[in-house]
Design a protein around this ligand. Structure first.
Ligand SMILES: O=C(O)c1cc(C(=O)O)c2c(n1)C(=O)C(=O)c1cc(C(=O)O)[nH]c1-2
Length: 250
């Protein structure tokens, strides 16, 4: 059994996991931010990621339902408000739909998830199952990828604005608020994890939870790369208008 880490050592270990395994290193992410994606690849990314966005308030509600502490619940519930908003047209999910609208995607097709890749659906379901079935500590730790999201969001947003003329700041409005929200949310989750991971086993669970979440994010980009860079979407999945050109180039 490994030694008990100090809370600073645990934090350093978690940051190491992010540096090695977070999706900022994924080839599809690098392709997206450096202007190499076709229009169809950008559309497929936005359509598939909608399912991840839509699952986040549901997974936060599952986590919230397991918290005994009133003060913690009060902090955590803000995450749900951020995504769902207070009325129609408000909140992160609505802002994600602004992105898919601007890309010309049909709302029903996006929101129903019927054109998403099988791997996207499996990944999102795995995240929901994880937070329901693992300990509360591991469920909270699985959100810690948000420690790393502000920098990937900044690089991706700047890259997309520079390289894709059909993408404007209004199209990417979803991302404007995320870095501040992610900092607030990950500060809260990290403080909880550092205070409650008090045995080597609990510390291992926390590290494994972050590795799981990095793998889940990574697998969604693997699936996008396979389907749209190599022009092989699964039967029934989204087929962008430029898929034929991509196939000819492959
Ligand atoms: O753009 C990104 O790369 C990115 C990554 C992540 C993440 O690391 O899980 C989240 C988000 N965005 C995001 O917008 C978001 O609301 C969010 C919530 C969570 C979570 O697990 O609770 N991660 C993320």
């Amino acid at each position: 059994m490994p030694d008990l880490l100090t809370s600073e050592e645990l934090e350093a270990k978690l940051r190491e996991v992010g540096a090695e395994r977070y999706h900022h290193r994924h080839p599809f992410q690098i392709r997206l931010q450096s202007g190499q994606c076709s229009r169809g690849e950008v559309e497929a990314w936005a359509l598939n990621r909608y399912l991840y966005q839509a699952c986040i308030p549901r997974k936060d509600a599952a986590i919230l339902s397991r918290m005994d502490d009133v003060a913690l619940r009060r902090e955590w519930r803000q995450r749900i408000v951020d995504h769902d908003g207070d009325h129609d047209g408000d909140g992160g999910i609505a802002r994600w739909l602004k992105l898919t609208d601007d890309l010309g995607l049909d709302r029903e097709a996006v929101m129903s998830g019927r054109l998403a890749l099988p791997a996207t659906k499996f990944a999102v379901t795995a995240y929901l199952t994880f937070v329901r079935e693992q300990s509360l500590l591991a469920a909270v730790a699985s959100s810690l990828t948000e420690l790393f999201s502000p920098s990937v969001i900044q690089v991706r947003t700047a890259g997309m604005l520079a390289h894709y003329d059909y993408v404007t700041p209004a199209t990417l409005a979803y991302f404007t608020r995320r870095p501040i929200q992610a900092k607030r949310d990950s500060d809260c989750a990290l403080a909880f994890v550092k205070a409650h991971a008090r045995t080597p086993e609990q510390q291992q669970d926390v590290v494994a939870a972050l590795e799981f979440k990095c793998a889940m994010l990574w697998s969604m980009l693997d699936a996008l790369e396979h389907a749209y860079v190599y022009a092989k979407p699964a039967p029934g999945a989204f087929e962008p208008a430029d898929l034929g050109e991509r196939l000819a180039a492959a």
